[in-house]
Design a protein around this ligand. Structure first.
Ligand SMILES: [Zn+2]
Length: 255
């Protein structure tokens, strides 16, 4: 781990008022979650046993056409989070927020760990697998564990299909989250951090790209290379949890 890069990043953060942190699957890797592709980062390459690509199984179209098949894979995403918990990296981000006027966390993760850790000003841009809602009426509920659901679940109010509040392949991003993100981007950020994500989605890479173009401090904390690795001021090739704990430690020290 590059101690000097973390120290220099901490110096830039001390001078910042508004910070945007973007997180992906690598953020939850230290909680024991896989970092493969797919909704919730669950799958490696290859089709499902049903012979469909995982992107098709976990699509809005499949949820309508074959809810049982879609729910089978939604359940696997939820199962990956069972018995897991937010790690020291999530906790460090919660504590870090107190140092700034605005500290927004934009996450692609659907595991809900940032929320469970108590992150204020959180944008779950791909949703949260634990929030369920009816596809027809206003019924909604929180479910920590899908184990006791009869699949595919039916609404207790109107018997229509219930689904998780996650963005499936082919679906639009949720508008309240998009609006909050647009507000944050309009306000601008003094520092932008990208943590544990390959930044393949344009709306994930853009804030980093834009900040780098404006000459603002940017950092990437990720063991591998990504779409933004060449653009950032600080390239920290390390895991999220330990790096964020070290960064918080530096911020907590008296200047
Ligand atoms: Zn309903």
């Amino acid at each position: 781990m590059s101690a000097t890069a973390i120290e220099a990043l901490a110096r830039d953060l001390r001078a910042a008022q508004r910070v945007l942190v973007i997180t992906g699957a690598g953020m939850s890797a230290d909680s024991g979650l896989p970092t493969y592709r797919g909704v919730g980062g669950l799958y490696d390459a290859g089709p499902t046993p049903e012979g469909v690509a995982i992107e098709d199984a976990l699509s809005g179209e499949m949820l309508r056409r074959d809810p049982a098949l879609c729910w089978k894979y939604l359940t696997e995403i939820e199962r990956a989070t069972r018995g897991r918990a937010p790690n020291v990296g999530h906790q460090a981000l919660v504590k870090m927020a107190a140092h700034f006027k605005r500290f927004t966390v934009l996450t692609q993760n659907v595991d809900g760990f940032h929320r469970r850790a108590g992150q204020p000003d959180l944008i779950e841009i791909h949703g949260n697998v634990h929030g369920l809602h009816c596809t027809v009426c206003d019924y909604q509920t929180l479910v920590e564990n899908y184990e006791y659901l009869s699949l595919p679940p039916a609404c207790p109010q109107c018997s229509a299909l219930v689904r998780p509040r996650v963005v499936l392949f082919g679906e639009a991003l949720p508008s309240p989250e998009l609006q909050r993100l647009e507000t944050v981007l309009r306000e601008g950020s003094d520092v932008v951090l990208s943590i544990g994500t390959t930044s393949v989605f344009p709306y994930i890479a853009w804030p980093v790209r834009n900040a780098a173009r404006a000459g603002l401090p940017t950092a990437e904390i990720n063991p591998g290379d990504s779409e933004v690795s060449q653009l950032v001021k600080y390239r920290i090739r390390a895991g999220a949890a330990q790096t964020l704990a070290s960064l918080l430690d530096l911020l907590d020290r008296p200047a």
